[in-house]
Write a protein that binds this ligand. Structure first.
Ligand code: SF4
Length: 209
C-alpha cells in the first residue's frame, strides 16, 4: 500500500478520532473574557470570568455571574486558542462567578496554558474550604494542582479596602498554591509582583494580616 492510499484509509479514522475527542472535551460556562487586564493580577493578563456562583456575597461587583444558566458555553481548547492569540499577555486569571464550581474544565485549560503563562484563580471558598471540598470533588484538587496563585475567600463588604492589591476585602489572601499544598495549610505568596516589594499586598505601605 503506498502512502497516499494509506492516508486515504486513515484520514477518516483520524477525523473521527478528532471529532470524538472534541465531543469528549469538557464544557466551560463562560460569563466573559478580557484580554490585557491589569486588575486581576500582575502584568497584562487574560481574565476568564466563569458563570455561576453559590456565594452571593453582599456587595459583589459581578452579580450577573451568579445564575447557573447564564453566560455561554465554550471549551478549554477554544479558550486556549483565544489566549494564545493575544500578543502581550503573560498571565491568565480565572474569576467569576466561582471558578471551583467548574474545576475539572478549568484544570484542563490551566494544563494547556502552563508553563507558558502563570495561572491564578479567585475563589469565594477559602483554601481550607477547598481542601475539604476536594474530598468529595477530585476536580477541585486537580485545579489546585494546576494553578500558581489562589486569591481566596468571599468578598466581605465590612472589610472592603480599595488599597488592597488584587483583592476586594481584607479577609482575602494571595496564596502560593504549590507551597500551600506542600505544607497542607495556606502559605502567602512572597512574589513581589503579587504582594509588592514591601510584601504588604497593599497599594501603599501596611503589613498584611
Ligand atoms: S465569590 Fe466572587 S463572584 Fe461570587 S458572590 Fe462573592 S464576590 Fe461575587
Amino acid at each position: 500500500m503506498n502512502q497516499s492510499s494509506a492516508e486515504q484509509r486513515t484520514s477518516p479514522a483520524r477525523a473521527a478520532d478528532s471529532m470524538e475527542s472534541a465531543a469528549r472535551e469538557r464544557v466551560i460556562r463562560l460569563a466573559g473574557f478580557d484580554q490585557d487586564g491589569i486588575a486581576d493580577g500582575p502584568g497584562l493578563r487574560c481574565v476568564v470570568f466563569v458563570q455561576g456562583c453559590p456565594h452571593h456575597c453582599p456587595g459583589c461587583q459581578n452579580p450577573q455571574t451568579w445564575a447557573w444558566e447564564g453566560g455561554a458555553e465554550t471549551t478549554p481548547s477554544e479558550l486556549r486558542d483565544r489566549i494564545f492569540s493575544t500578543v502581550l499577555d503573560t498571565g491568565v486569571t480565572f474569576s467569576g462567578g466561582e471558578p471551583f464550581e467548574q474545576a475539572d474544565a478549568l484544570a484542563d485549560l490551566a494544563q494547556m496554558l502552563r508553563p507558558r503563562y502563570d495561572v491564578a484563580s479567585y475563589s469565594g471558598y477559602t483554601f481550607e474550604g477547598l481542601l475539604k471540598l476536594s474530598e468529595k470533588r477530585p476536580g477541585v484538587m486537580r485545579l489546585l494542582r494546576s494553578i500558581d496563585i489562589l486569591v481566596d475567600g468571599p468578598f466581605v463588604q465590612a472589610r472592603a479596602d480599595r488599597l488592597l492589591l488584587f483583592r476586594g476585602s481584607g479577609n482575602q489572601r494571595i496564596l502560593d498554591v504549590p507551597a500551600s499544598l506542600a505544607a497542607g495549610s495556606a502559605v502567602w505568596t512572597k512574589d513581589p509582583a503579587w504582594v509588592g516589594e514591601d510584601g504588604s499586598a497593599r497599594v501603599a505601605g501596611a503589613a498584611f494580616e
